[in-house]
Design a protein around this ligand. Structure first.
Ligand SMILES: Nc1ncnc2c1ncn2[C@@H]1O[C@H](COP(=O)(O)OP(=O)(O)O)[C@@H](O)[C@H]1O
Ligand SMILES: [Mg+2]
Length: 272
């Protein structure tokens, strides 16, 4: 079998609990508590679970924003746990994140052009400055925004448009893996469907791999090849999407499924 793009084994990430008065460490939260999974190239793995189940901590650990306490994260065969910030730099380019809140994820003081160019400023080898204008136009076009909007500020866009800007920013460094953490959760249902379709199209064209996080199973169903269900920091179920929906094995998954609204524009077959 081909080597997976991402291979996570027995991952543990904790947060200290500190006393109110002296900030002494008096315990810890095991936010990620022994998680293992693979993501094959070009695939989408959905990650679901109630709020507080450890999804964001898992994502933040994979991209190096939180430090793993134990376990292994192999990306393209390279162990990431234990790498220094400098050693992580090229990896941080290959793994991009799209966040939930398009209102706070984009710097309000920068134009879209500046937001998209930031990465090229930081990594000058990515793209020579004379090509930035053209690449900004191309990226906006790719995510379905009018290239004439390049000099607008984030507040001049709708929520869905802002999320497209967030996706364009992720694409600007030509990543291999995109981690979407509740990327469509704040959007209206019809706008969610448009952004999910965009992510689907981008995957088909660019061969991207996604770790797609949502608390809403109906959102994950549309886009995922496999689904991981997380509860209290642990994986309770991991199955191909169709199998998980047709025959959930665990009570926790069944409870999550029971809470799913059936009528969604992209799930019409399940409403029939
Ligand atoms: N920065 C933090 N400091 C301390 N505890 C945290 C921090 N971030 C998250 N947690 C705790 O870790 C657990 C998992 O949180 P999180 O990863 O945000 O879950 P999810 O994304 O599934 O909602 C929760 O108990 C949460 O309270
Ligand atoms: Mg979260």
């Amino acid at each position: 079998m081909a080597e997976p793009l991402l291979r996570v084994r027995d991952l543990v990430t904790t947060y200290p609990i500190r006393s109110a008065l002296l900030r002494r460490k008096i315990g810890e939260v095991r936010a990620v508590d022994g998680v293992s999974f693979d993501i094959a190239r070009g695939q989408t793995v959905g990650l679901v679970g109630e709020s507080g189940s450890g999804k964001s901590t898992l994502a933040r650990t994979v991209i190096g924003l939180e430090q793993a306490e134990a376990g292994s994260i192999e990306f393209q065969g390279t162990e990431l746990v234990g790498l220094s910030a400098r050693q992580m730099r090229p990896v941080r380019r290959d793994i991009q994140m799209v966040f939930q809140d398009p209102y706070t994820a984009l710097n309000p003081r920068l134009t879209v052009r500046q937001i998209l160019s930031e990465a090229w400023r930081i990594h000058p080898d990515l793209l020579p400055a004379q090509d930035w204008d053209e690449e900004v136009r191309r990226l906006l076009d790719v995510v379905g925004l009018d290239p004439q909007y390049a000099d607008r500020y984030p507040h001049q866009f709708s929520g869905g448009q802002r999320q497209r800007v967030g996706i364009a920013r992720a694409l600007a460094v030509r990543p291999k893996l995109i981690v979407c953490d509740e990327a469509v959760s704040a959007l209206d249902v019809s706008v969610q469907a448009q952004v999910l379709n965009l992510l689907d199209d981008l995957q088909a064209e660019l061969g991207l791999t996604y770790l797609f996080i949502a608390h809403d199973l109906s959102v994950v169903r549309h886009i995922s090849d496999e689904v991981i269900v997380m509860n209290r920091g642990q994986v309770v179920e991991h199955a191909p999407t169709d199998q998980l929906f047709a025959d959930p094995q665990h009570e926790y998954t069944q409870t999550l499924l029971a809470a799913v609204p059936v009528v969604r524009p992209w799930n019409q077959e399940s409403a029939a």
